[in-house]
Design a protein around this ligand. Structure first.
Ligand code: S3P
Length: 444
């Protein structure tokens, strides 16, 4: 999706100051397009993430016969075709870099009358899909994966689905959501149980679209055979995008940054709690509701951080934030221990290995474990990070995390393969530079 390659050169800048707003939530934007497409009537989405991942999802629904207008940047109008109104496409459906897009679509497409093929970019083509295809098969879906359970997914239409009662072996909102979306097309109840509660956007949004669903932390249950009714969705700013600025302003001396209207769903804000346990100075101001989601303005000031053992119960609530957390840990006083986070190995890259290699390249002592890492913080050293070169392995969150480390480096840090930052955070460089970070895009 994200055309040619691109590097960043990042270096120490100024303290982070001022007031910023980060783009719309990725998880909510994907789901808003999907449910809007399957609803009856016209759904307006405000604050849509103009990222490559969510645009890929919108393009797929257009390919399946849904008219989607973009009256303004970050607005979409989705002309829903109803649960049975999608039309098959003779062409593969390209999810780009988006695991959420592919896994949730696997659920939706299992219930259609037509066949589909889902493909993705090099990173997505390595990610495990059996976690969705196996339970979907229990519901009666017919899906073939590539060897070893990776994309492409070939989904046979015309199957009659039945609800299941399924306990997820790993906590995954994507798998839960795929099964709930297939459950819309199934006979009987679909019940999902989770080992740890995960983000509940699919459940909240189904409710907003008028589909009866019972849910609470760790479980969800719905029946097939209802209708989705179009609605208006206001997408809050993505906590995962705000996370880079929370860490950057915490670690760069002299910083005081305001981040407006950030989504504060408790299943997403584990990093905030972890940073506060490490001594961060982050305040929530003006807490309110926006489109059924809690939001708040965050004020973050530089603070001296200390290492901690990250409570395992926080892991699912901060699963996308570990690259940023690793940088905070490297800046802290003492040791930080992460356990119970083996899922990091199957994200857009193996985030434990990629972060460990990058931190070592910048002089940090880090020990990798199968499900986490032990990081020795460098607070008190003359400089926190050496200058050097980092491989992001095309992983957006790795690239943005090392841009923070570079703010405290001895010199320039070259971060390779950063084009995929546009999948989740278009305009990161501009916003980061405005806030005070020194960061420049260069051709490799
Ligand atoms: C997401 C769920 C998480 C998260 C991903 C978005 C979602 O993945 O890492 O960025 O929107 O449901 P898993 O379900 O694999 O944990």
């Amino acid at each position: 999706m994200s055309g040619g390659s691109r590097d960043w050169v990042a270096a120490p800048g100024r303290p982070l100051r001022g007031r910023i707003r980060v783009p719309g939530d990725k998880s909510i934007s994907h789901r808003a397009v999907m449910l809007g497409a399957l609803a009856e009537g016209t759904t307006e989405i405000h604050g849509f993430l103009e990222g490559e991942d969510t645009r890929a999802t919108a393009a797929i629904f257009e390919q399946l016969g849904v008219r989607i207008e973009a009256p303004a940047d970050t607005d979409r109008v989705v002309h829903g075709v109803g649960l049975h109104g999608l039309r098959g496409s003779g062409q593969p459906l390209d999810c780009g870099n988006a695991g959420t897009g592919m896994r949730l679509l696997a659920g939706v497409l299992s219930g259609q009358a037509f066949d589909s093929a889902l493909i993705g970019d090099a990173s997505l083509s390595k990610r495990p899909m059996r976690r969705v295809t196996e339970p979907l098969a229990l519901m009666g879906a017919r899906i073939e994966t590539g060897v070893q359970g990776v994309p492409p997914l070939r989904i046979r239409g015309g199957q009659s689905l039945r609800g299941i009662d399924y306990a997820l072996p790993v906590a995954s909102a994507q798998v839960k959501s795929a099964l709930l979306l297939a459950g819309l097309y199934a006979r009987g109840p679909t019940t999902i149980r989770e080992p740890h509660p995960t983000r509940d956007y699919t459940e909240r949004m189904l409710t907003a679209f008028g589909w009866p669903i019972e849910y609470g932390p760790g479980h969800a249950r719905l029946n097939g055979g209802h209708r989705l009714r179009a609605t208006r969705i206001d997408v809050p700013a993505d906590f995962s995008s705000a996370a880079f600025f929370l860490v950057a302003a915490s670690v760069v001396p002299g910083s005081e940054l305001h981040i407006d209207a950030v989504g504060m769903n408790p299943r997403r804000t584990g990093l905030l709690r972890a940073l506060q346990l490490m001594g961060a100075d982050i305040r929530e101001e003006n807490p309110r509701e926006q489109g059924g989601e809690p939001v708040a303005d965050l004020v973050v000031r530089h603070a001296a951080l200390h290492g901690i053992e990250i409570p395992e119960a926080l892991v699912p609530d901060m699963i996308d934030e570990f690259p940023a957390l690793f940088i905070a840990a490297a800046c802290a006083d003492g040791r930080t221990v992460v356990r119970g986070a083996a899922e990091l190995r199957v994200k857009e890259s193996d985030r434990i290995a990629t972060m460990a290699a990058g931190l070592r390249a910048l002089g940090v002592v880090i020990e990798e474990t199968p499900d986490g890492a032990v990081i020795d913080g460098r607070a008190g050293s003359e400089v926190l990070f050496d200058a050097g070169g980092i491989e992001s392995h095309g992983d957006h969150r790795i690239a943005m995390s090392f841009a923070i480390a570079a703010q405290l480096a001895r010199g320039e840090v070259r971060i390779r393969d950063t084009a995929n930052v546009a999948t989740s955070f278009p305009g990161f460089e501009v916003l980061a530079a405005r806030a005070g970070m020194a960061l420049q895009a260069v051709s490799p």
